[in-house]
Every structure is written in structure tokens, then in C-alpha cells.
Design a protein around this ligand. Structure first.
Ligand SMILES: [Zn+2]
Length: 233
């Protein structure tokens, strides 16, 4: 194997690693965003449950206020029964008292329903808060792990890019200009031939090209234009 092809051979694996790391650096922030969105869902669920509980408490308070009002109203009517002078007035007053009693019973029912709802909503909120705490712990760990992966990938990428620069520096000028040109289109400018196909774009590589390659010539894939290197076996 000539120096040129030897260097390209090493560049193939190095370029592959650089491309992998670049892909990783692109995908990790997306994964983190997804995890953060899940965290947000937990927070939203807790907030909705809390709001629902507050609403039930508000309902109970307002019904209790109504109940007090109705009870004092009824007391007032009851006090007036001793003062009425006509039968007609008395009947009217009794009807008022009856209506107030009916509304009191309705309001008491409402309070009971609200209290039941408060009890259920409190239990639901506690369960949701537990889930949120658990989710925060688990997702927090995952997010931290992804962030560490990102930092590591960044460091590795810098290292690999440095290595690649050294390898590219060793290429003859014409090979180097081809390499630089392909690099503007593909993060992995060198592709290994696998079973007669370009390992990157998977199209067939004509036999003449493989032949020239085996003679030590620099050849590019006719489909994706990556620099080709021979298969390892
Ligand atoms: Zn190709």
C-alpha cells in the first residue's frame, strides 16, 4: 500500500469517527430537549391537579358562605312569625321559611360534594407530586448523563479533528485538495469499498475504479464523490 492510500486508510476510520461524533453532538441536545419536555409534562400535571384542588376548595368556601346567609335569613323569617298579624302574612312567611330550608339542604349537599371532591383531589395531587418527584430524579439523572456524554463527545471530536488535520497534512497536495473539497459536502470524506459498493452511499463502484484504486490511484465514488479506499479483506 502506498503512503497516499495508507494515509487515506487511516483517514477513513478517523473521518468516520469525526462524523459519528458530530452526529452525536447534534442528537444529544435533541435528546436532552425531549427529556426536559417530559419533565415539563410532570410539572404541568402537578399544576393542573393543584388548580383543580384549589377550585374545589373555592367552591366549598363559597357554598359555606351561602349556607351562613341562608341560615340567618331563615332565622329572621322564623323571628318574624311571632309578629305577623294576618293569616295571609303567616302563610307567606311559612313559604319563605320552607324555601330557605330547601335551599339550605341543597347547599349542604353542595358542601358535601365539594368536600368529597377535595378529598379525592388531595389524594390525586399527592400521587401526582410523588410521580413528579420520581420523574425529576430519574429524568434529572438522564439529563446529567446526556450532558456528560455531550462534553465527552466534544472533547473527543476536538481530538479526532486534530488527528485528522495531521493525517490530511501528510497527503500530497492534489489528494489534499480533493479531500478538502469532499469535506465541504461530507463529514466523512473517505469511504471504504464494501463488497463492490461504496460503504457510505452503498451504490456499486465500477470495476475499473476498483482496479485503478488497487494500482495506487486516487479515485472518488462516482455517486457521492467521496474518496475511495479498498476494503480491508
Ligand atoms: Zn459513494
Amino acid at each position: 500500500m502506498t503512503d497516499l492510500l495508507g494515509n487515506l486508510d487511516v483517514l477513513e476510520s478517523c473521518g468516520g469517527t469525526v462524523a459519528d461524533l458530530e452526529r452525536q453532538l447534534e442528537s444529544i441536545p435533541l435528546a436532552i430537549a425531549e427529556l426536559e419536555a417530559k419533565l415539563e409534562q410532570f410539572r404541568d400535571a402537578t399544576m393542573t391537579a393543584r388548580e383543580s384542588l384549589e377550585q374545589a376548595e373555592q367552591e366549598r368556601r363559597s357554598s359555606e358562605g351561602q349556607l351562613q346567609e341562608l341560615e340567618s335569613q331563615r332565622e329572621k323569617f322564623e323571628g318574624q312569625t311571632a309578629l305577623v298579624k294576618t293569616n295571609h302574612e303567616y302563610t307567606a312567611l311559612l313559604s319563605e321559611i320552607e324555601t330557605a330550608t330547601l335551599r339550605i339542604a341543597e347547599t349542604e349537599d353542595k358542601i358535601l360534594t365539594a368536600m368529597e371532591r377535595i378529598e379525592n383531589e388531595t389524594a390525586a395531587l399527592e400521587a401526582i407530586e410523588r410521580e413528579e418527584r420520581q420523574g425529576e430524579t430519574e429524568l434529572g439523572k438522564e439529563i446529567d448523563a446526556r450532558k456528560r456524554e455531550f462534553t465527552e463527545a466534544e472533547a473527543s471530536l476536538e481530538l479526532r479533528r486534530g488527528e485528522r488535520e495531521v493525517l490530511v497534512g501528510r497527503l500530497p497536495p492534489d489528494a489534499r485538495s480533493v479531500y478538502d473539497r469532499v469535506l465541504t459536502r461530507h463529514a466523512d470524506p473517505v469511504s471504504r469499498i464494501l463488497r463492490g459498493c461504496c460503504g457510505s452511499c452503498h451504490f456499486d463502484v465500477p470495476f475499473e475504479i476498483i482496479n485503478r484504486l488497487m494500482q495506487g490511484d486516487l479515485r472518488v465514488c462516482p455517486h457521492c464523490a467521496r474518496i475511495l479506499v479498498e476494503s480491508k479483506d
